[in-house]
Each structure stands twice: as C-alpha cells, then as structure tokens.
Write a protein that binds this ligand. Structure first.
Ligand SMILES: [Zn+2]
Length: 141
C-alpha cells in the first residue's frame, strides 16, 4: 500500500474511528460518506504540510549517520522492495523523530522515545480549535 494511503487511513481512523463500508460501492455507510471523504482530504492536507515542512536533506543525513553507527554491517534485507545502501527504514524513522538541535548523538541515544503514541490528537485539536481565531492569525485566510 502506498505510504500516502497508509498515513491518510491511519489519521482518518484516528479522527472518526472504525467505520463500516459497503464493499460493493466502496463507500462508508456508518457516517455520511462525504464527511468521511472530507476527513480523508483533511488528513491528506496534514501529510502534504508535513512533507513541505520536513528538511529532507537533513533527514537523509541524520538517517545515514544513524545507519553508519547502529547498522554498520547491515546488508539490505530480502524483504526490502527497493534495497537502499547507507540507510534503512528504521534509520529513516528514527531520524524523522530526532529532536536534538545539533547532530543527533546516535551512539548515546539510538532510539527516540515514542511519547505520543496514545495521545488522542483529534480530541485535543477539537478542544482547542477555537483558540486559532483568538490569536488573530489564520493559515488559510
Ligand atoms: Zn539503519
């Protein structure tokens, strides 16, 4: 499954929960399908904003540094669809989550803690959404 679709489906389910679909027509039947599609569009917008925000050269550099330190002898696995050298999926994921301002110290901290895996982010967004207008700035106006 393409990563875009995986991300959109994951974020959409975070927002609306598990829904029921009519397999014949491929439409959500447990909530208005147009609303379901609107949430999918919104989560695709989040993904597109993340893609624009990521410093890709930095990500690749951090992942490559980590790979050299943590997996110096790793050969591309047979499961890799398109084996890359000098980096792997695990190192890309850790580099994406790295938060040190300078170069990440991968020897001291090879794994970034996942501190938000149980955060109900849609509920937090819904609860705090009204504050957006109060700041006098709106990203889409
Ligand atoms: Zn690696």
């Amino acid at each position: 499954m393409p990563n875009r679709r995986r991300v959109v489906e994951t974020l959409t389910q975070d927002v609306v929960g598990a829904q029921v679909f009519n397999g014949l027509i491929g439409e959500c039947v447990s909530m208005p399908h147009a609303d379901y599609e609107a949430v999918q569009d919104a989560t695709a917008a989040i993904l597109e904003r993340v893609v624009r925000a990521v410093d890709w050269p930095r990500l690749l550099r951090e992942a490559s540094f980590r790979h050299d330190i943590v997996h110096p002898d790793q050969e591309p696995s047979a499961e890799d669809w398109s084996p890359a050298t000098g980096v792997c999926g695990e190192c890309l994921a850790e580099a994406m989550l790295a938060d040190d301002l300078g170069a990440q110290d991968w020897e001291r901290k090879p794994t970034i803690p996942r501190e938000h895996s149980s955060t109900d982010w849609p509920a937090t967004v819904a609860r705090t959404f009204d504050h957006r207008e109060g700041a006098g700035w709106h990203p889409y106006k």
